[in-house]
Each structure stands twice: as C-alpha cells, then as structure tokens.
Design a protein around this ligand. Structure first.
Ligand code: ADQ
Length: 490
C-alpha cells in the first residue's frame, strides 16, 4: 500500500505505544500511519512570533508527526476566525452566529497556502494524501497549484449545510471549487452528501454527476462518498468491562442513592443543544413530578474554543440555566442537575455510561456524534440503557432504533425521557441489540478501510461503505497506539 500522509489542523504530540485512553479516531489513523510508514502533518498548537515554515519532526510508537507553529495573526484569522467563527457556525446551521470578515477569509487562504508550501518537500510521488476537516478545504487546491499530482482525499467531520445557507458565505463558489481539486470527498452520512450535491447541481449546472457519485467538472473527476466514522468499539467495550470502569460506575451509583441516571457528555459547544436539553429536562420535572427526587441528570461539558465570544456566551447561559433548574427543584437531599465543566478519562466515562439508564445525545446539528456510539458500546447486554438521539446528528442515519427526537422541542425531549425511564427490559434489549451490532460492525476501522480503498482506487471501481463493512472483519485486531481525541482536530 502507498505511504499515507494525513493532514489535520492539529496534531497532538506523539505519545508512547499502547498508552491507554486514546480516542478511536487517533488509534485507527495511527495504525494506518504505522502500517504505511506514513506522516501526520499539522499545526502543533503552539504560537511563534513570526512564521518560519520550520517543520518539527517527532517519532513515537512507530508514528511520525510533522508539525509547524503558527503566528498570532494566523491563529486569530484562520483558526479562531474563519474556521471557528465563520465555517463552524455556518456548517451547523447557525448563520446568526457566523461572522463574515474579509481578514478571516484572507488568513484562511494564507494558512492553507502555508500548510501546502511547508509540507511539499515531505510528499513523494506515490503517497496518498488525506486532508481532514473544514479548516483545510483549500489545501488540495493549494497543493495542485504546486504541481502535486498525487491522489488527494478530503473528509469532512462536520455536516455540509443546505445550499441556501451556504449561499450566505461570500465567495462560497470559490470554497466549493477548491473541493473539486480533490480526487475523493468523504461525508459522514448521506444527508450531508446530498446537501453537497444539491449545491453543486444548483451552482455548477455544467457539472456531470452520475448515480455512483462521480462528478465531472472543470476537466476533473471527483468522487463523493458517504463514509460514517465510528468508534474503536472493541477497545471501548473492553474499557467498559474493566475493573477501573466498574469502580467509576460504582462510585457514581453510590452517590445516586438509588436514583436513575440520565447522562450527557459533550464539548461545551452551542451545536450540542445543551440549553435545549436542560429545558427538556426541566419540562420532564414539571410534567412528571413523580420523577422529582428519583432521577438525576449528569451533564459533563468541558469548555472548548474559549477565545471565541459565542462560546463564552453559551457558557454563561448554561451556568445561569443550571442554577435556575437546581434553584427551582433541588431539595436538601437531591440535586436534579449535576453540571460539570471538566474532562474525564475514557474508562471513567465508559463506567458512567454503563450505569446510566439513559444516554441523552441531542445536538441541534452534528456531523456524526461519537458519544452516541460510545454510550451504546458501554451498555450491559443483560440490562442496557436507552439512547435518546437527535434526528439532526449524522449518527441518526445508522441508529434508527434509538429514541429519535427533535432536540428543539422541550415537550418531545420530556416525552422521550419519560418513555426511556419507564421502558421495560425487553424493549430496551430489542432497541439496543441492533445499535450495538452496527456500532461494532461500522467501527472506526471500517471507516478507515472504506475511505482509503476509495482514495487508492481508480474511477468507479472503488469500494462502497457497505462492501467495506463486510470486509476484513478479522483485520480489526488493531494495535492500540497513541493519538488524539476526535475533538482535538478542532
Ligand atoms: P466533536 O464535535 O468533538 O467531533 P463527538 O463526535 O461527540 O464530537 O466526539 C467527542 C469525543 O470527545 C468523544 O469521543 C467523547 O467521548 C469525547 N469527550 C467529550 N466530552 C468529554 C469529556 N468531558 N471527557 C472526556 N472525553 C470527552 C467532531 C464532529 C462530530 C464527529 C467527530 C468525529 O463535530 O460530529 O462525530 O468530529 O468525526
């Protein structure tokens, strides 16, 4: 197989092989890099006074990383600016929060050009180049301008917005034209892929699109695939079955004192629907007073992107709302909402997921959502909990036997919570079984195979996601190397 070069906004410093508590995405990407002796290229996360283009190479656990430092203006305009204040809100249907500033767009172009220029000497003719996420949409085009002929693929971890929303972005055509310089575009689910094709049909009527997702436009052929990301299910299940997880679960059970646990675990981000979730929980306590003092909602939400004002705002709103709910309902013996702004290690999370009667995963819009899959993987087959999942998460396409809800409706959330809390064991098992099977089958290794086969393939003969998930089941005995959490890309 060709050598793989992965490019993402952030690259975590390499850590030792076999290190515990690594995210599934990092495990899978690292194992592909190790197999092909590849390189992971991106920003170190460090600031430098003036950009030098110097690459810091490091190697650990068989994985080579190549990182660059960025100057403050780059970080402001490219990362905090265009990526997180323009594209992220826009791609999550929050045009009200999207900021369209010329300097952001300029910084985005400049940093993508810097990435291309700096990584150029690392690329050899047979390498496969795999670019990740919305920070780096123009990178493929920047590489083509520098005469890179390699196969280059792009995977979008977020949703792709509907065409009429994307039109609000100045120079939207330019952004999409840059995508045509890739050989392969991967989306998390069919809905995002369909939105992309809708835009292309509308804005580029000359493009020829066939039923297999091949686009011929501007003299280039681009293939588009729906290729849902998964978790490292085997590793997560093992973690959930471990003594360490049991200890975390027992400690939580003890503190609950016989009450049922509803759990939510999310980055503190307005796309995750935490405000609406809290309102739904408040509705439950009002509409079903019998649940007062018999349930607890644990919401774990470590802050992210704290330099961006909209994130400071959502944090303030949640602080106030959690205070309001506890003020309204708490008794001297019972805190209805435990709202915790810190991260936990993956094994402790798995232990808490396992004892939670309900997993509450209700983003307003989400590319995929791995927490939904982790909650399912952590359950006890003899006594599984119930997953309540937003219809607007990419994961909903694969997880149809969850309780699917409209996260904007407090009544619907309250009804779903009441249904989940009173669901008989038989129904819980019947709903959980197919979820568990799909989480195991369509895991992160399946995603990796699907994308890489398509990237290395030619024309229409590439593998589909359905074929990929039936192949190489035994290849999943992956090594468990080091890496980063899904969210560390951002
Ligand atoms: P995120 O928006 O970060 O990722 P998600 O898919 O839920 O969202 O992944 C978050 C990861 O971080 C999960 O593995 C979760 O367990 C972990 N995590 C969250 N809170 C934590 C905490 N308090 N302590 C420890 N770990 C925590 C983006 C897209 C998603 C897409 C992923 C992968 O927004 O839609 O699913 O990339 O493609």
């Amino acid at each position: 197989m060709s050598r793989l070069i992965i490019v993402s906004n952030r690259v975590s410093p390499p850590v030792g092989e076999g290190q515990a508590n690594q995210g599934g995405l990092a495990v899978a990407l690292s194992s592909a890099l190790r197999e092909t002796n590849g390189i992971w290229f991106g920003w170190s996360g460090n600031e430098i006074e003036q950009f030098t283009g110097q690459i810091n190479m490091a190697r650990a656990g068989g994985v080579t990383s190549a990182t660059i430092d960025l100057e403050p203006q780059d970080i402001d305009e490219y990362y905090n600016g265009f990526a997180n204040r323009t594209l992220w809100p826009l791609f999550h249907d929050r045009t009200d929060l999207a900021e369209f500033e010329r300097t952001f767009a300029g910084g985005y172009e400049r940093v993508n050009a810097r990435f291309a220029e700096t990584m150029l000497p690392l690329i050899t003719p047979d390498d496969l180049v795999w670019v990740h996420d919305y920070h780096l949409i123009p990178l493929g085009s920047e590489l083509r301008q520098r005469d890179v002929k390699n196969r280059i693929g792009f995977f979008l971890h977020t949703p792709w917005p509907v065409a009429r929303l994307l039109l609000s972005l100045p120079h939207h055509r330019q952004l999409v034209e840059a995508l045509f310089d890739y050989d392969l575009l991967g989306f998390q689910c069919q809905a995002w892929l369909d939105s992309f094709l809708e835009y292309v049909r509308d804005q580029f009527p000359e493009a020829q699109i066939d039923a297999k997702g091949n686009i011929r436009v501007g003299g280039r052929d681009v293939r588009v695939v729906s290729c849902p990301i998964g978790i490292d299910a085997k590793e997560f299940i093992a973690g959930a079955n471990s003594a360490e997880a049991a200890k975390a679960g027992q400690a939580m059970l003890k503190s609950l004192d016989g009450r049922s646990l509803i759990i939510g675990v999310d980055r503190l981000d307005y796309s995750k629907g935490l405000e609406q979730r809290f309102h739904g929980y408040e509705r439950l306590l009002l509409d079903h007073p019998d649940y007062q003092e018999t349930v607890s909602l644990l919401q774990i939400a470590p802050p992210s992107r704290a330099d961006v004002v909209s994130y400071q705002d959502i944090r303030k709103q949640l602080d106030a709302l959690s205070g309001h709910i506890n003020g309204e309902f708490a008794t001297v013996h019972w805190v209805p909402l435990r709202y915790v702004n810190r991260g936990y290690d993956r094994t402790s999370l798995a232990g808490m997921f396992r004892i939670a009667r309900v997993g509450l995963v209700t983003p307003l819009r989400d590319g995929m959502n791995l927490v939904a899959k982790e909650y399912v993987a952590a359950q006890d087959p003899e006594d599984p909990g119930v997953l309540i999942l937003s219809k607007f998460a990419g994961a909903a396409e694969q997880m149809q036997s969850a309780l699917l809800v409209n996260p904007f409706s407090p009544e619907e959330l309250s009804d779903a919570l009441a249904q989940a809390l009173s669901m008989p064991l038989e129904e819980r098992k019947a709903r959980w079984q197919p979820l568990r099977e799909s989480v195991e089958r369509e895991d992160v290794h399946c995603w990796l195979r699907c994308f890489l086969k398509a990237l290395s393939g030619k024309g229409a003969d590439v593998i589909s996601f359905d074929e990929a998930r039936h192949q190489g089941k035994n290849k999943q005995d992956a090594e468990h190397p080091e890496g980063i959490e899904a969210r560390s890309f951002a």
